[in-house]
Design a protein around this ligand. Structure first.
Ligand code: ZN
Length: 159
């Protein structure tokens, strides 16, 4: 299966600028054309979170089914990292079980803490485009905002 991100990293490891440019393009694409942005007609949980350091705001709505997330949407505003991360997250976790989501969430957090091998794991999908954020600790909070909201939504459901 061809995966453009893995492909770029493997075929052009000597040209990291090219990979960085591709990552930047993916982030901007999600920022300009966010996926799953809006409001759900019927949400089981609504979580609002802010990142005061950067001024990012997000409201995440989640609908559950069985043991997973059947649908989710977000609204909000903020920097390109926070909005792109939210867009990528909704795309990746929609339709997945709580267990799968928690595994991805943990892996993405590890990536943001600088765990390089995760940057090659295709399970993270386009989230890998955010791997460079790990070098900027202040921006890590931007990238994790949507994920913290999702964690709260899942915890709210469990309680
Ligand atoms: Zn931000």
């Amino acid at each position: 299966m061809s995966d453009p991100l893995t492909e770029a990293r493997r075929s052009r490891p000597e040209n990291s600028a090219e990979v960085a440019a591709l990552y930047q393009e993916i982030i901007l694409d999600h920022y300009r054309r966010p996926r799953n942005k809006g409001a759900l007609e019927k949400a089981d949980a609504t979580i609002e979170m802010r990142n005061p350091l950067c001024g990012d705001e997000i409201a995440l709505q989640v609908a559950f089914n069985g043991d997973g997330v059947s649908d989710l949407k977000f609204s909000g505003r903020g920097c390109s990292i926070s909005q792109a991360s939210a867009s990528m997250m909704t795309q990746l976790v929609k339709g997945k079980s709580t267990e799968e989501i928690n595994a991805i969430r943990k892996q993405f957090r590890d990536l943001m803490l600088g765990n390089a091998p995760d940057a090659d794991d295709s399970r993270l999908g386009s989230l890998r485009a955010l791997s460079g954020v790990a070098r900027f600790p202040a921006r890590v909070k931007c990238a994790l905002l949507a994920w913290n909201a999702l964690e709260s939504a899942l915890a709210e459901r469990a309680s």
